[in-house]
Design a protein around this ligand. Structure first.
Ligand code: HEM
Length: 149
């Protein structure tokens, strides 16, 4: 197996783990509640981020996060093909006031909230798959910001 093929296979396995774990929450009809808990966790642990979201209605934030999750769940294997869409998303985040150091706390809160919801369905492999997926999107977003400079 070439290195390229083995890395594609690893991506497919991780993609399945992300998708399957996400669908457990979705099929329990807990998605909106999960997203609201995510924002509550994010803002209670990082009050300085509140200013970014203070004018926003929870309904709008839930919609935004559904789009962000959809990106992670459906598109990861082909993320590089989505560069043209994800890099400008990174640039828009600068205009929303998002600093590069906020990304790690956002990702950690996402993963810890997923873990709380999935309980016995969670595993170290699922955790790594989510972190890898999230970090890959963030790195494309930040690449977009650097290229624009
Ligand atoms: C993988 C990481 C992320 C993804 C995929 C993502 C995705 C999105 C999407 C799709 C939107 C809708 C607006 C647009 O398309 O420009 C959005 C808006 C926004 N995001 Fe993110 N986001 C990410 C990380 C973050 C982080 C780390 C923060 C701050 C801590 C953040 C704060 C915001 C804010 C303040 C808005 C504007 C909301 C509004 O005006 O309604 N995002 N994000």
């Amino acid at each position: 197996m070439t290195q390229n093929t083995s890395s594609i296979n690893k991506h497919i396995v991780q993609h399945d783990l992300v998708r399957e774990s996400f669908y457990i929450i979705k099929e329990r009809n807990q998605l909106d509640e999960f997203i609201e808990t995510f924002y509550q966790n994010l803002l209670s642990n990082n009050p300085t981020l509140s200013r970014l979201f203070k004018e926003k209605k929870m309904d709008d934030l839930v919609k935004k996060m559904r789009i962000a999750l959809r990106m992670m769940v459906h598109n990861w294997v082909n993320l590089n093909k989505l560069e043209l869409m994800i890099k400008p998303l990174g640039c828009r985040h600068v205009t929303y006031g998002v600093k590069s150091e906020y990304y790690s706390v956002f990702g950690e809160t996402l993963v810890s909230t997923l873990k709380d919801y999935l309980k016995d369905d969670w595993s170290p492999e699922i955790e790594k798959a989510w972190f890898d997926t999230y970090n890959q999107i963030v790195s494309l977003m930040l690449q977009g910001v650097n290229e624009e400079k």
